[in-house]
Design a protein around this ligand. Structure first.
Ligand SMILES: [Zn+2]
Length: 327
Protein backbone atom coordinates (compact mmCIF):
# COMPACT_ATOMS: atom_id res chain seq x y z
CA UNK A 1 0.00 0.00 0.00
CA UNK A 2 1.56 3.27 -1.09
CA UNK A 3 0.68 6.36 0.93
CA UNK A 4 -0.70 9.45 -0.73
CA UNK A 5 1.87 11.76 -2.29
CA UNK A 6 2.16 15.06 -0.42
CA UNK A 7 1.76 18.12 -2.61
CA UNK A 8 2.99 21.68 -2.57
CA UNK A 9 3.03 24.56 -5.02
CA UNK A 10 5.34 27.52 -5.53
CA UNK A 11 3.76 30.88 -6.29
CA UNK A 12 5.71 33.94 -7.39
CA UNK A 13 4.24 37.38 -6.86
CA UNK A 14 1.35 37.10 -4.45
CA UNK A 15 0.28 40.74 -5.05
CA UNK A 16 -0.04 40.05 -8.79
CA UNK A 17 -2.97 37.74 -8.06
CA UNK A 18 -4.89 41.02 -7.70
CA UNK A 19 -6.00 41.57 -4.12
CA UNK A 20 -7.20 39.91 -0.90
CA UNK A 21 -10.17 38.18 -2.58
CA UNK A 22 -7.93 36.53 -5.19
CA UNK A 23 -5.39 35.49 -2.56
CA UNK A 24 -8.15 33.81 -0.52
CA UNK A 25 -9.46 32.14 -3.69
CA UNK A 26 -5.94 30.81 -4.43
CA UNK A 27 -5.81 29.21 -0.97
CA UNK A 28 -9.28 27.68 -1.29
CA UNK A 29 -8.41 26.21 -4.68
CA UNK A 30 -5.31 24.35 -3.44
CA UNK A 31 -6.93 23.30 -0.17
CA UNK A 32 -9.80 21.91 -2.24
CA UNK A 33 -7.36 20.01 -4.47
CA UNK A 34 -5.89 18.31 -1.38
CA UNK A 35 -2.57 20.15 -1.35
CA UNK A 36 -0.56 20.10 1.88
CA UNK A 37 1.65 23.16 1.54
CA UNK A 38 1.68 26.57 -0.17
CA UNK A 39 4.98 28.32 -0.86
CA UNK A 40 4.27 31.96 -1.76
CA UNK A 41 7.21 34.19 -2.61
CA UNK A 42 7.40 37.14 -0.21
CA UNK A 43 10.91 38.26 -1.18
CA UNK A 44 11.56 38.29 -4.91
CA UNK A 45 15.01 38.69 -6.52
CA UNK A 46 14.52 42.48 -6.63
CA UNK A 47 14.83 42.49 -2.82
CA UNK A 48 11.39 44.04 -2.13
CA UNK A 49 9.12 42.40 0.44
CA UNK A 50 5.49 41.44 -0.13
CA UNK A 51 4.38 41.83 3.48
CA UNK A 52 4.36 44.58 6.11
CA UNK A 53 8.02 44.28 7.08
CA UNK A 54 9.52 46.53 9.75
CA UNK A 55 13.05 45.73 8.50
CA UNK A 56 13.05 45.67 4.69
CA UNK A 57 11.43 47.81 1.99
CA UNK A 58 7.82 46.83 1.31
CA UNK A 59 6.78 46.59 -2.36
CA UNK A 60 4.64 49.66 -3.20
CA UNK A 61 1.63 47.50 -4.27
CA UNK A 62 1.62 45.90 -0.81
CA UNK A 63 1.63 49.01 1.34
CA UNK A 64 -2.17 49.19 1.65
CA UNK A 65 -2.66 45.49 2.44
CA UNK A 66 -0.64 42.49 3.58
CA UNK A 67 -0.67 39.59 1.09
CA UNK A 68 1.11 37.23 3.49
CA UNK A 69 -1.27 37.95 6.37
CA UNK A 70 -4.30 37.51 4.10
CA UNK A 71 -2.96 34.21 2.79
CA UNK A 72 -1.94 32.94 6.23
CA UNK A 73 -5.36 33.66 7.73
CA UNK A 74 -7.21 31.82 4.96
CA UNK A 75 -4.72 28.93 5.03
CA UNK A 76 -5.21 28.56 8.78
CA UNK A 77 -8.96 28.30 8.25
CA UNK A 78 -8.54 25.74 5.43
CA UNK A 79 -5.89 23.74 7.32
CA UNK A 80 -3.20 24.05 4.66
CA UNK A 81 0.39 24.85 5.67
CA UNK A 82 2.31 27.91 4.43
CA UNK A 83 6.07 28.38 4.04
CA UNK A 84 6.97 31.99 3.20
CA UNK A 85 9.51 31.89 0.38
CA UNK A 86 12.65 34.07 0.33
CA UNK A 87 15.09 34.54 -2.57
CA UNK A 88 17.97 34.87 -0.13
CA UNK A 89 21.18 35.78 -1.98
CA UNK A 90 19.42 38.11 -4.45
CA UNK A 91 18.93 41.81 -3.88
CA UNK A 92 18.03 44.88 -5.92
CA UNK A 93 18.93 48.56 -5.59
CA UNK A 94 15.51 49.41 -4.10
CA UNK A 95 15.88 46.87 -1.28
CA UNK A 96 17.06 47.81 2.22
CA UNK A 97 20.30 45.80 2.11
CA UNK A 98 21.86 47.38 -0.98
CA UNK A 99 20.65 50.84 0.01
CA UNK A 100 22.70 50.53 3.16
CA UNK A 101 25.54 48.35 1.83
CA UNK A 102 25.90 48.91 -1.96
CA UNK A 103 29.31 47.20 -1.74
CA UNK A 104 27.66 43.88 -0.81
CA UNK A 105 26.99 43.02 -4.48
CA UNK A 106 28.86 39.82 -5.37
CA UNK A 107 31.68 40.01 -7.91
CA UNK A 108 32.19 37.54 -10.76
CA UNK A 109 35.47 35.83 -11.55
CA UNK A 110 36.21 38.41 -14.26
CA UNK A 111 35.71 41.25 -11.78
CA UNK A 112 32.20 42.37 -12.79
CA UNK A 113 29.13 42.94 -10.60
CA UNK A 114 27.04 39.75 -10.51
CA UNK A 115 23.70 40.96 -11.83
CA UNK A 116 21.78 43.41 -13.97
CA UNK A 117 20.40 46.74 -12.73
CA UNK A 118 17.31 45.23 -11.06
CA UNK A 119 18.74 42.22 -9.28
CA UNK A 120 22.18 41.04 -8.20
CA UNK A 121 23.70 38.24 -6.21
CA UNK A 122 25.09 39.47 -2.91
CA UNK A 123 28.20 38.23 -1.11
CA UNK A 124 26.91 35.68 1.43
CA UNK A 125 30.33 35.62 3.11
CA UNK A 126 29.64 39.11 4.52
CA UNK A 127 28.17 39.13 8.04
CA UNK A 128 25.97 42.15 7.25
CA UNK A 129 24.37 40.20 4.37
CA UNK A 130 23.69 37.11 6.47
CA UNK A 131 22.41 39.26 9.35
CA UNK A 132 19.90 41.03 7.10
CA UNK A 133 18.72 37.93 5.21
CA UNK A 134 18.23 36.09 8.51
CA UNK A 135 16.47 39.06 10.14
CA UNK A 136 13.74 39.34 7.50
CA UNK A 137 13.01 35.59 7.72
CA UNK A 138 12.96 35.67 11.52
CA UNK A 139 10.51 38.55 11.34
CA UNK A 140 8.01 36.46 9.35
CA UNK A 141 8.57 33.46 11.65
CA UNK A 142 7.86 35.56 14.75
CA UNK A 143 4.98 37.68 13.49
CA UNK A 144 2.92 35.60 11.07
CA UNK A 145 0.66 32.61 11.53
CA UNK A 146 2.64 30.45 9.11
CA UNK A 147 4.09 26.94 9.41
CA UNK A 148 7.56 28.03 8.35
CA UNK A 149 9.93 29.69 5.89
CA UNK A 150 11.42 28.57 2.59
CA UNK A 151 14.94 29.27 1.29
CA UNK A 152 15.60 29.86 -2.40
CA UNK A 153 18.74 31.31 -4.03
CA UNK A 154 20.45 29.92 -0.97
CA UNK A 155 23.86 29.78 -2.65
CA UNK A 156 26.78 32.02 -3.59
CA UNK A 157 25.49 32.55 -7.14
CA UNK A 158 26.62 31.81 -10.66
CA UNK A 159 30.38 32.17 -10.92
CA UNK A 160 30.64 34.31 -7.77
CA UNK A 161 31.86 35.66 -5.37
CA UNK A 162 35.33 37.03 -6.01
CA UNK A 163 35.10 40.32 -4.13
CA UNK A 164 38.29 41.57 -2.42
CA UNK A 165 37.21 39.90 0.80
CA UNK A 166 36.51 36.48 -0.80
CA UNK A 167 39.77 36.69 -2.79
CA UNK A 168 41.67 37.27 0.46
CA UNK A 169 40.18 34.07 1.90
CA UNK A 170 41.08 32.15 -1.27
CA UNK A 171 44.65 33.41 -0.94
CA UNK A 172 44.82 32.51 2.77
CA UNK A 173 43.34 29.01 2.41
CA UNK A 174 44.83 27.94 -0.90
CA UNK A 175 47.59 30.43 -1.73
CA UNK A 176 46.15 31.19 -5.17
CA UNK A 177 44.15 33.83 -7.05
CA UNK A 178 40.88 33.27 -8.97
CA UNK A 179 42.71 32.58 -12.26
CA UNK A 180 44.30 29.43 -10.77
CA UNK A 181 41.07 27.75 -9.63
CA UNK A 182 40.56 24.30 -11.16
CA UNK A 183 37.15 22.61 -11.27
CA UNK A 184 38.66 19.13 -11.55
CA UNK A 185 41.86 17.36 -10.57
CA UNK A 186 43.89 19.40 -8.07
CA UNK A 187 41.08 21.61 -6.74
CA UNK A 188 41.00 24.27 -4.00
CA UNK A 189 38.66 22.12 -1.89
CA UNK A 190 39.19 24.04 1.35
CA UNK A 191 37.95 27.17 -0.39
CA UNK A 192 34.94 25.37 -1.89
CA UNK A 193 34.09 24.10 1.56
CA UNK A 194 34.50 27.57 3.09
CA UNK A 195 32.01 28.95 0.57
CA UNK A 196 29.51 26.23 1.47
CA UNK A 197 30.05 26.99 5.16
CA UNK A 198 29.11 30.66 4.63
CA UNK A 199 25.79 29.65 3.07
CA UNK A 200 25.19 26.98 5.71
CA UNK A 201 25.74 29.58 8.46
CA UNK A 202 22.72 31.53 7.18
CA UNK A 203 20.56 28.40 7.05
CA UNK A 204 21.64 27.48 10.59
CA UNK A 205 20.90 30.94 11.98
CA UNK A 206 17.34 30.91 10.65
CA UNK A 207 16.71 27.23 11.44
CA UNK A 208 17.69 27.59 15.11
CA UNK A 209 15.37 30.56 15.49
CA UNK A 210 12.53 28.79 13.67
CA UNK A 211 12.82 25.51 15.54
CA UNK A 212 12.86 27.22 18.94
CA UNK A 213 9.43 28.56 17.95
CA UNK A 214 8.21 25.23 16.56
CA UNK A 215 8.26 26.50 12.99
CA UNK A 216 9.59 24.66 9.96
CA UNK A 217 12.35 25.40 7.45
CA UNK A 218 12.39 24.19 3.85
CA UNK A 219 14.68 24.87 0.90
CA UNK A 220 14.67 24.71 -2.87
CA UNK A 221 18.10 23.41 -3.89
CA UNK A 222 19.99 22.74 -7.09
CA UNK A 223 19.23 19.43 -8.73
CA UNK A 224 22.83 18.63 -9.64
CA UNK A 225 24.47 17.43 -6.45
CA UNK A 226 27.26 17.44 -5.43
CA UNK A 227 28.31 19.67 -8.34
CA UNK A 228 26.32 22.50 -6.72
CA UNK A 229 29.10 22.58 -4.11
CA UNK A 230 31.55 23.73 -6.78
CA UNK A 231 29.23 25.85 -8.90
CA UNK A 232 27.04 27.41 -6.22
CA UNK A 233 28.58 26.93 -2.77
CA UNK A 234 25.49 24.92 -1.92
CA UNK A 235 25.67 21.63 0.02
CA UNK A 236 22.24 20.67 1.32
CA UNK A 237 23.41 17.35 2.79
CA UNK A 238 24.78 18.81 6.06
CA UNK A 239 21.64 20.97 6.36
CA UNK A 240 19.58 17.80 6.30
CA UNK A 241 21.89 15.75 8.53
CA UNK A 242 22.20 18.52 11.13
CA UNK A 243 18.42 18.80 11.28
CA UNK A 244 18.37 22.37 9.97
CA UNK A 245 15.84 21.54 7.26
CA UNK A 246 12.45 19.92 7.70
CA UNK A 247 11.90 19.62 3.98
CA UNK A 248 14.24 19.73 0.99
CA UNK A 249 13.02 20.16 -2.59
CA UNK A 250 15.67 19.66 -5.29
CA UNK A 251 14.56 21.61 -8.37
CA UNK A 252 14.41 18.74 -10.85
CA UNK A 253 13.15 20.93 -13.71
CA UNK A 254 13.30 18.80 -16.82
CA UNK A 255 11.03 17.64 -19.65
CA UNK A 256 12.60 14.17 -19.84
CA UNK A 257 11.33 11.55 -17.35
CA UNK A 258 14.42 9.47 -18.20
CA UNK A 259 16.81 12.20 -17.13
CA UNK A 260 14.62 13.31 -14.23
CA UNK A 261 14.73 9.84 -12.71
CA UNK A 262 18.53 9.82 -12.79
CA UNK A 263 18.63 13.05 -10.81
CA UNK A 264 15.95 11.71 -8.48
CA UNK A 265 18.00 8.62 -7.60
CA UNK A 266 20.91 10.84 -6.72
CA UNK A 267 18.77 13.07 -4.46
CA UNK A 268 17.60 10.01 -2.53
CA UNK A 269 21.18 8.79 -2.14
CA UNK A 270 22.44 12.22 -1.07
CA UNK A 271 19.71 12.65 1.53
CA UNK A 272 20.28 9.19 3.06
CA UNK A 273 20.76 9.61 6.82
CA UNK A 274 19.33 13.13 6.63
CA UNK A 275 16.46 14.42 8.75
CA UNK A 276 14.78 16.53 6.05
CA UNK A 277 11.80 15.07 4.27
CA UNK A 278 12.60 14.89 0.57
CA UNK A 279 9.94 16.21 -1.82
CA UNK A 280 10.91 16.42 -5.46
CA UNK A 281 10.54 19.81 -7.17
CA UNK A 282 9.08 19.47 -10.67
CA UNK A 283 9.05 22.15 -13.38
CA UNK A 284 5.65 21.65 -15.00
CA UNK A 285 6.43 24.68 -17.20
CA UNK A 286 9.30 22.97 -19.00
CA UNK A 287 7.45 19.74 -19.88
CA UNK A 288 6.22 19.28 -23.45
CA UNK A 289 3.06 17.39 -22.53
CA UNK A 290 1.05 15.83 -19.69
CA UNK A 291 2.47 12.37 -20.41
CA UNK A 292 5.88 13.58 -19.25
CA UNK A 293 4.28 14.96 -16.09
CA UNK A 294 2.61 11.62 -15.40
CA UNK A 295 5.84 9.67 -16.02
CA UNK A 296 7.68 11.93 -13.56
CA UNK A 297 4.99 11.50 -10.91
CA UNK A 298 5.19 7.73 -11.47
CA UNK A 299 8.96 7.82 -10.92
CA UNK A 300 8.47 9.77 -7.67
CA UNK A 301 5.98 7.19 -6.44
CA UNK A 302 8.12 4.25 -7.61
CA UNK A 303 11.05 5.54 -5.55
CA UNK A 304 8.79 6.19 -2.52
CA UNK A 305 9.59 9.89 -2.34
CA UNK A 306 7.18 11.53 0.12
CA UNK A 307 6.04 14.52 -1.87
CA UNK A 308 6.19 16.82 -4.85
CA UNK A 309 6.55 20.61 -5.13
CA UNK A 310 5.30 22.11 -8.38
CA UNK A 311 6.74 25.08 -10.23
CA UNK A 312 4.55 26.85 -10.48
CA UNK A 313 0.94 27.86 -9.83
CA UNK A 314 -0.03 29.48 -13.15
CA UNK A 315 1.28 26.59 -15.25
CA UNK A 316 -1.16 24.08 -13.72
CA UNK A 317 -4.25 23.36 -15.82
CA UNK A 318 -7.48 21.59 -14.72
CA UNK A 319 -6.25 18.34 -16.34
CA UNK A 320 -3.04 18.56 -14.26
CA UNK A 321 -5.12 18.69 -11.07
CA UNK A 322 -7.16 15.68 -12.23
CA UNK A 323 -3.90 13.81 -12.81
CA UNK A 324 -2.46 14.86 -9.43
CA UNK A 325 -5.60 13.67 -7.63
CA UNK A 326 -4.63 10.08 -8.58
CA UNK A 327 -1.38 10.24 -6.56
ZN1 LIG B 1 32.52 38.10 -1.65
Amino acid sequence: MTSRLKKAVWLHNLPRLGGPAQVREFVRKYAGEGFDLLIPCVKNPDGLLDYQSCIGVVRPECRSWDPLETLAAEAHKRRIRVHAWYCSAKEGPKGALLKKYPGAVAITRDGKKAGDGDSSFVCVARPEVRRYEAAIMKEAIARYDIAGVHFDYIRVGDNTCYCARCRRVLRRLEGIGPDKIRMWGRMPARWFQWRCDQVTALVREVARFAHRRRKEVSAAVFSGVPDAILNQGQDFVPWSREGLLDLVAPMNYCNSPWLMERYLRNHIAQNAGGLAEHWEGLGRYCMDNRGQFQAQLDAIRRHRVRGVVLFEHHHLKPADFRLLARY
